[in-house]
Design a protein around this ligand. Structure first.
Ligand code: NCD
Ligand code: ZN
Ligand code: ZN
Length: 432
């Protein structure tokens, strides 16, 4: 899959980059090794712009060995890691510590978000200077989030990010509405009522307004409702806000009603929604309102998820980095998504939004040789999961795609169910 569409080609790789695309059968003699991908589709390695690999502080949930192996096993060659760790990534020093912590351990490339919260606006320039891929702000409470900036603080912070051209990823739920709506009670429906659509819609509108006032680039993560889609479609059509939009496979593939029997395993923030919301998200993918797909890979331990049967106290979030690409390719096979559009949503889009384009996100001469070799197949069970806590409400679904091999910087990182070689993932700064 090249930016110009699907074609048959030999991909010549040299020193971690794509050197040339050649006509089939015209590979020069003397190449060091040949990987035969006959019958397969070669995609640019997916960039999962939304993972929580949990280090430092929560390595019982996930760590870089498990998370990055799950990534390459899922055809993901770059992940962008969220800052709600312990300590959270709120300062340049914390970001540098994270870089040191991960070095030499990751099978996939990685970028790191800094966290924006109520009290660190003056750290923004230092976080950018230290190499943050972007900022993340949690406007409503979720796992290990810190108090959000108030509107005045957010406006001030967005002035600073605008000056830097640094994009901010926004968890858009209004915290005060969440607190007022909170209802105890078992069952996913109670969780859904605790985080109503208006909380998302209000936060989306407000942050878009502040982004308009400042010119700051923003990206709304894990959009879950028809209401937010409607707002974002209009904001984008007006063209005054530099806003991009993410949704996740679980909002496209599952409704709250369908997931109800699974209980806490399907608990996530924002919650799974209705069939109408799900259709609106598919329309938003078709008409370009959605710009990227991320897994929101957010594993927790079984005891944190099950929480002695009390869904109200169970942790929100579940694994997803390994299933992102196979699940979406299954939608391609089902005819709901074009393969070219899929590549835009999982590779080109994230690369552009986070300063990795044109180095990553495309198969073309000069780009990094990060590739996913996939085969579309009859329905199969998902292969062995590698996350430390891999369960998800989607992990038992049959898929129509298999990740045959994954290359990171021209080297095999995964093949036929197994990791290959030592970790070679490199830290990615934006616009490097
Ligand atoms: C995420 C987590 O556990 O870190 N949980 C979730 O339900 N999505 C946090 C988040 O992305 O909001
Ligand atoms: Zn979130
Ligand atoms: Zn998340």
């Amino acid at each position: 899959m090249t930016p110009d569409g699907q074609r048959s080609a030999e991909i010549l790789m040299q020193e971690g980059q794509i050197a040339a695309l050649l006509a089939p059968g015209s590979a020069p003699s003397g190449v060091a090794s040949i990987l035969d991908a006959t019958g397969c589709l070669v995609l640019p390695g997916a960039i999962d712009p939304h993972v929580h690999f949990r280090e430092p502080g929560f390595s019982a949930k996930e760590d870089w060995e498990h998370g990055s192996l799950a990534a390459v096993a899922g055809g993901v060659t770059t992940v962008l890691d969220m800052p709600n760790t312990q300590p959270p990534t709120t300062t340049a020093a914390a970001l540098r510590d994270k870089v040191t912590l991960i070095a030499g351990r990751s099978r996939c490339h990685y970028g790191l978000y800094g966290m924006l919260w109520a009290q660190n606006a003056e750290e923004i320039e230092a976080l950018a200077e230290a190499g943050a891929i972007g900022l993340k702000v949690f406007l409503g409470e979720t796992t290990a989030s810190l108090p959000p900036p108030d509107d005045g603080q957010l406006l001030g912070a967005l002035r600073r990010t605008a000056a830097l051209g640094l994009r901010t990823a926004v968890h858009a739920e209004n915290g005060a509405i969440l607190r007022a709506a909170a209802v105890a009670g078992d069952g996913l429906a109670a969780h859904g009522r605790s985080r109503p659509a208006v909380a998302e819609a209000e936060a989306v509108r407000r942050v878009c307004l502040l982004a308009e006032a400042t010119g700051a680039p923003i990206l709304i993560v894990h959009v879950s409702t028809a209401w937010a889609v409607d707002i974002l479609r209009r904001v984008k059509a007006e063209g005054r806000v530099n806003v991009r939009v993410e949704t996740c496979p679980h909002y496209l593939l599952l409704t709250e009603d369908e997931a109800a029997p699974m209980g806490a395993i399907a608990k996530v923030n924002p919650p799974l929604r209705s069939a109408e919301d799900r259709s609106a998200l598919w329309e938003a993918i078709a008409d370009g309102t959605v710009d990227q797909l991320g897994s929101d890979h957010a594993p927790h331990t079984p005891s944190e998820k099950e929480c002695v049967g009390d869904l109200y106290r169970a942790a929100a979030g579940f694994a997803g980095v390994q299933t992102l690409v196979p699940l979406l390719l299954t939608e391609v096979v089902a005819g709901r998504l074009g393969i070219g559009r899929l590549v835009e949503l999982i590779a080109e889009g994230p690369a552009r939004h986070w300063g990795l384009w044109p180095r990553k996100g495309r198969i073309a001469p000069g780009a990094d040789a990060d590739l996913a070799i996939v085969r579309l197949c009859p329905p199969a069970v998902l292969p062995r999961p590698f996350s430390k806590n891999p369960r998800s409400p989607l992990s038992d679904r049959p898929v129509h795609a298999e990740i045959v091999a994954t290359l990171v910087a021209g080297q095999l990182a995964y093949r036929d169910g197994h990791p290959v070689g030592a970790p070679t993932g490199q830290w990615q700064r934006p616009n490097a």
